[in-house]
Design a binder for this molecule. Sequence first.
Ligand SMILES: Nc1ncnc2c1ncn2[C@@H]1O[C@H](COP(=O)(O)OP(=O)(O)O)[C@@H](O)[C@H]1O
Ligand SMILES: [Mg+2]
Length: 361
Amino acid sequence: MELVTLDGLSSRLNVIKSFTDMSDPQDVDSLVSQLRPRLRNVVGTTIGKGGEGKTTVTANLAAVLAEAEQARADQGLPSKPILYIELDSNGNGRLNFGVRNRPFDDNGLGFVEALTEDKDFQVVQGVRPHLDMVMSGSHNSDIPTAVTKLNDKHGVASYLLLAILLAQISHRYRWILLDFSPGDKMIQRLGLAACTHLLAPMRGSDNAVIEGLGTLAGLVGQIRRLNPEVTIAALVFLGYMKRNDVATSQLTNLREKIGMLLDRARISREVLVDPYIRDGETTANLARNHGMPAGEFARATTGKLRHPESGEPVERPRDENGRLVDPQRALDIAADYSQVATHVVKRIRQRNQELQGVRAA
Ligand SMILES: Nc1ncnc2c1ncn2[C@@H]1O[C@H](COP(=O)(O)OP(=O)(O)O)[C@@H](O)[C@H]1O
Ligand SMILES: [Mg+2]
């Protein structure tokens, strides 16, 4: 893996700076409609504040989707990499891929400067086969101040900063996965303006899940002007029990409660992704501590994972007491992520077809 500059990009700030507070709102609309068709492969994961599973789910989906692209490449089919971008300043996604403290780990400095100062946009290429990622970390907390400053002078167009950047690189990627928490308003606006599809992990108590969903629906409403296309595309349940391969009544009841809310809001129940990620906090934490997404971690527990360079088998992971990790839960969770990914991609492709249809009509 190596840090590479995606070149040929034009100034994002010049676009923003062509606007003032007094600009004709129609000029913003016309920028939005130019950007929109180029952002249809951008999927945002957002809900709640922290610990909801945004990073776990997004990093794992990125890994599954990248493997699928690699498999296409192996069959001689056209393929494109996946790009994973985390906007939150904890930069936990680095842990999921085991790249924390690598030489290119700059705690998000490069990304923040690319975003807010038009510097070169760099990605870590080949974090896994067909998977690139943007480094993030403590520097990401400088984004809100920079965007606020732009907003003071140039108005709402400033919230399109990330959208303008991603619209220039989206053709290089099959999917761009954007992981951000709605806690900070500026980050939230940048993220919501840049993606077309939203994925929300649902984890925890019924009340927390329902409240989180309500908040998210409100945010989607508020960003309409800057992004008329974004909708909640997929609700992914995480951490619920599965007995003999079927959901327990806890999840079935929760899904029904949410289903009724969706009906009332005239949102299709299809957003409720049928497969879900079963409970496995210990396994999830171990996988993250080993710097491996679920599928890789599962292969490691069975002794089937090999070092990409040396080809040597990777030592089987152990828990904090030094015991070998039981492969079963890891294999089950990896299988859950594959199923969820298939379902989510199908939903998003359908929605994109609808969006393209609207445009053609
Ligand atoms: N399958 C699972 N079952 C139960 N808990 C899980 C599972 N996967 C992840 N978790 C837990 O959920 C939390 C999610 O953390 P994280 O993905 O960093 O959330 P966020 O990005 O929303 O802050 C972690 O504490 C992790 O241990
Ligand atoms: Mg996170």
